[in-house]
Design a protein around this ligand. Structure first.
Ligand code: BMA
Length: 901
């Protein structure tokens, strides 16, 4: 009796372009091994799994599509056919009657030939395909040496053919690729998106395996759950279902062993069940174990910030007649409960009453602060585990606790969710549908059903997985377009997916039919129910970002503002371009900015808030500060709306978007090369366990004074300004802290400070203070008689910090007069003290948006904080990991070009 054996077919691959003019069909090629067409042009694959653009690039046959205008030079690749082949040996094992070839991911339209025989035709990138082989039939399918040949066809051409057959539909705008994309189950962003290039790659992008066995474990379902009694004591339960494949007869397999171990390998429980009650026709063993575990033995899994990420391994062994292990599968699990709570709010807020949209984990209601995730590259095979870890660690270190895997990319590989489990990041997983009227003909529904089953089964054991969601913006688009009446794929979002999720997950993973979705007909913009995508600041009505506090909802799962990336990233795509091209409106900048109407939209928001500039570096800095101020203001306002039990007016904020898939100007808060933009640090401060916020409301003299976003400058005759100050506390304990306020006039040396003892309520925001904004004395000047009184606070920076009992500063925030284009900022007289990796920053006058970088090349510095507002009397200490002996550079509002200090 030999154990089941799995071999990864990852050696000896080669590839070439299929030349249809020489050979009529791939089959011909195989049958004529000496014909020139099969020999000629095969190139050894440099990596496996593999994608054709990556191979072509490594072979020096194309130029890097991420540079300059090269994207346009490689479009032919997506319209061409490609072949991959490998030969692999096979030694028959007399004990093995079965073999299975498993394809974990083929991108996308592919005919698979084994030894010249067509065994599979695929058209869904998201499915796992398998081909079972009986080793005892006469077909002799596997020989001593075997050839596997993959013939990839153009998904772009297939999409067009399907469109011709089923009709042209609406799918986003031209920025979101050709609408025919909805017909093919390939990552939708490959067709181009409003932050990504059009790169239709092909290839075996995930592993291919050959498994041989007499009997084996085909799947395992670990049902790790926890319930709580009235006193809150947890009762963890583990049930395990095991699927068997092959011939589970007593001569071959006698028992199933299940072992539960902690993360260091210490055994917690073990059991063995005989298989005699499993008939050869039953392939699924339900409740192989059903354990009520004691909470003393097991610790719960918590999202980051609420407790530890305790993980356990569940091993399932298939045991043969002599006690030998024939097959093993292991899954890492965590014990936690997760619920999406949509219940009536106790009181109305500015939007009315309505229902919550919040995540409750282990009975604790959690404010979800996080990011939307897009694939981290157009070439998925280049995203190593290390890169995934770097991305998700950045997210976690930025005080974020949720990531939304957006519906126009992919179901990420296992490693992504493994890392989420380890770091305590909750994952919101969209089914892969985005911004379109998707079809629902039989074949399509069948294929998508398989896709959904494959991925739900693959992902359901991850404790990080908090939500499955039907699609991205398909409902919203209908509302937006106004001329489309029906979404055929509602059958998927409203029937197929919820049924699959309900049947295949236990404990149940919540399901939401689409993001955004409110529940009232097509209305996806209702702020009182469900989630919203807030695109009326960038996009839509182009409202000022200072209005974000009025534009929230119960859960804002998307909103954002783009900015240019780090200057080094710009330099990368410029690829040595002539200096005459280095200006913000050049064609090369446009090539690396895909957002619809970005010229107008940037013009509005930049013009409203910043001085015009023709200097590229100043412009880059300004777009980044703008993004940081705008998105930061939204985080701060919406976290304030998490006001405690029954008043969870906003329970989550996910910025669009965490990452980039190539070097580009986009909404990303960290660029393609993992270089954080200022907003990354601003969000981190707003989501810290303890936070402080300030909002300033201009008190108008007359009803027709200029709107409030202009604060007191536009309404120069404003009577005064009111400031509201609140604190946030995401811990589960109240905190007594000192609120220290300081006020600094930008026009004079006037300052004022005061301190208040305050208490921050647990797991919510607390309103701390509402007061008139002080300002310098009017010096006796009075407005002409009859004119209203004007304020002097219009040039005052209001700064707040929360200080703990031990004197430690827990939170800081400064509210500056706006808009910044009016400000004559004084020289801050910045002092920078460097001691190893410790950097101490102090100023004599307030400084806004202080951005630290380093001179010269070298490893990326990891900053503990950056993009700072610093005020006199409040020096800040930063840790600059990796600084070495390099010199620091600084930029800030008023001195936007970075210079060495
Ligand atoms: C959202 C997303 C994406 C898009 C982004 C920026 O709606 O769902 O489709 O990239 O807006 O426009």
């Amino acid at each position: 009796m030999t154990a089941a054996r799995t071999t990864r077919l990852d050696q000896g691959w080669s590839w070439k372009q299929r030349n249809a003019t020489i050979c009529d069909s791939v089959l011909d090629e195989l049958k004529l091994p000496n014909d020139g067409c099969i020999q000629a042009g095969w190139k050894e694959a440099q990596a496996f799994p593999s994608e054709i653009h990556v191979e072509l690039l490594k072979a020096g046959l194309i130029s890097d599509p991420y540079l300059g205008f090269n994207e346009h030079k490689v479009q032919w690749i997506g319209e061409t056919e490609w072949l991959y082949k490998c030969t692999f040996p096979f030694t028959a094992d007399s004990a093995h009657q079965h073999a299975i070839l498993e394809f974990e991911g083929l991108d996308t339209v592919c005919d698979v030939y084994l030894n010249g025989k067509l065994i599979l035709s695929t058209d869904n990138q998201f499915r796992t395909y398998s081909y079972p082989i009986s080793l005892f039939d006469n077909a002799n399918t596997l020989k001593d040496t075997n050839t596997l040949l993959l013939h990839f066809k153009s998904a772009k051409i297939l999409a067009k053919a399907e469109e011709a057959k089923y009709g042209k539909v609406r799918a986003g705008s031209t920025n979101l690729g050709d609408p025919s994309r909805v017909y093919v189950r390939k990552a939708q962003y490959d067709w181009r998106w409003d932050w990504g290039p059009e790169l239709m790659t092909v290839g075996p992008y995930r592993p291919i395996k050959l498994k041989t066995y007499s009997v084996c474990i085909s799947e395992m379902h670990t049902r790790a759950s926890v319930s709580f009694d009235e006193s809150g004591t947890p009762s963890p339960v583990l049930k395990v279902d095991v699927g068997l494949d092959g011939t589970p007869s007593p001569e071959l397999a006698q028992a199933l062993g299940v072992v539960l171990k902690d993360s260091v390998g210490k055994e917690i429980r073990r059991a063995q069940m005989p298989l005699h009650d499993v008939s050869s026709t039953t392939s699924m063993v339900r409740d192989a174990v059903s354990w009520d575990l004691r909470s003393e033995d097991l610790k719960l899994w918590w999202p980051v910030g609420y407790g530890q990420q305790n993980l356990y391994n569940v091993e399932v062994h298939l045991v043969g007649p002599n006690g030998q292990v024939i097959d093993t599968q292991v899954k890492r699990v965590g014990f936690r409960s997760v619920e999406l709570v949509q219940e009536q709010l106790a009181e109305a807020d500015q939007y009315g009453t309505g229902t919550t949209f919040l995540f409750e984990v282990n009975g604790v209601r959690i404010f979800a602060g996080g990011s939307n995730w897009i694939p981290a590259d157009n070439f998925l095979t280049t995203i190593t585990e290390e890169r995934y870890r770097a991305w998700l660690t950045l997210l976690r270190d930025g005080n974020q606790n949720m990531v939304r895997v957006w519906g126009g990319g992919i179901y990420e590989p296992d490693v992504f969710y493994d890392i989420c489990d380890e770091l305590g990041i909750l994952a919101w997983q969209d089914f892969q549908f985005a911004c379109g009227v998707y079809p629902a003909h039989d074949e399509f529904v069948k294929s998508v059903t398989k896709e959904a089953e494959d991925n739900v089964k693959r992902l359901r054991h991850h404790p990080s997985l908090a939500l499955f969601c039907g699609n991205n913006e398909d409902y919203q688009m209908i509302l937006q377009w106004g001329d489309t009446k029906e979404l055929p794929a509602r059958v998927l979002y409203e029937k197929v997916f919820p049924e699959i999720v309900a049947t295949l997950t236990d404990p149940p993973i919540p399901y939401h039919r689409g993001s955004p979705y409110g529940g009232k007909g097509w209305d996806t913009a209702d702020p009182t129910v469900g989630d919203v995508h807030q695109w009326n600041v960038w996009g839509g009505k182009e409202l000022p970002y200072q209005d974000y506090d009025k534009l929230g909802g119960r859960f804002v799962s998307e909103f954002g503002i783009p900015s240019m990336p780090d200057m080094r990233t710009v330099a990368h795509w410029m690829d040595g371009a002539d200096e005459t091209e280095w200006y913000s409106q050049s064609t090369l900048m446009a090539q690396h900015t895909k957002a619809g109407s970005f010229e107008r939209r940037f013009a509005i928001v930049m013009n409203e808030n910043f001085r015009l500039t023709s200097d590229l570096e100043t412009y880059v800095y300004n777009t980044q500060l703008m993004q940081s101020e705008a998105v930061g203001y939204a985080y701060q306002s919406w976290r304030r709306a998490w006001r405690g039990r029954g008043k969870e007016y906003t329970s989550g904020v996910l910025v669009w978007q965490l990452n980039d898939c190539w070097p580009v100007t986009s909404w990303a808060i960290v660029d393609y090369f993992l270089r954080p933009k200022p907003i990354y640090f601003t969000i981190a401060r707003h989501l810290a366990p303890i936070g402080v916020g300030i909002s300033r409301t201009v008190i108008q003299n007359r009803a027709n004074d200029r709107p409030r976003q202009f604060y007191e400058f536009g309404a120069i005759q404003s009577h005064d300004a009111k400031i509201d100050i609140w604190g946030t506390n995401s811990t589960l304990k109240p905190r007594s802290v000192k609120l220290e306020l300081s006020f600094h006039d930008l026009k004079s040396s006037w300052t004022h400070s005061e301190t208040h003892d305050v208490e921050l309520l647990p797991n919510q925001s607390t309103e701390l203070l509402s007061m008139p904004c002080p300002g310098p004395p009017r010096d006796g000047a009075q407005p002409p008689s009859g004119d209203p009184l004007w304020a002097t606070s219009y040039s005052v920076v209001v700064s707040a910090r929360l200080v703990g009992e031990d004197g430690r500063v827990l939170a800081r925030f400064a509210d500056w007069p706006q808009p910044y284009r009016y400000l004559a900022v004084p020289d801050p007289r910045l002092k920078v003290g460097v001691d190893g990796e410790k950097v101490v920053l102090s100023v004599e006058r307030p400084v806004k948006g202080l951005w630290l970088s380093v001179e010269g090349e070298g490893p990326e510095v990891s900053w503990s904080d950056n993009a700072l507002d610093v005020v006199p009397g409040d020096p800040q200490t930063i840790v600059a990991k990796g600084l070495g002996n390099r010199k620091l550079k600084v930029a800030y509002l008023g001195k936007e070009k970075a210079s060495v200090i």
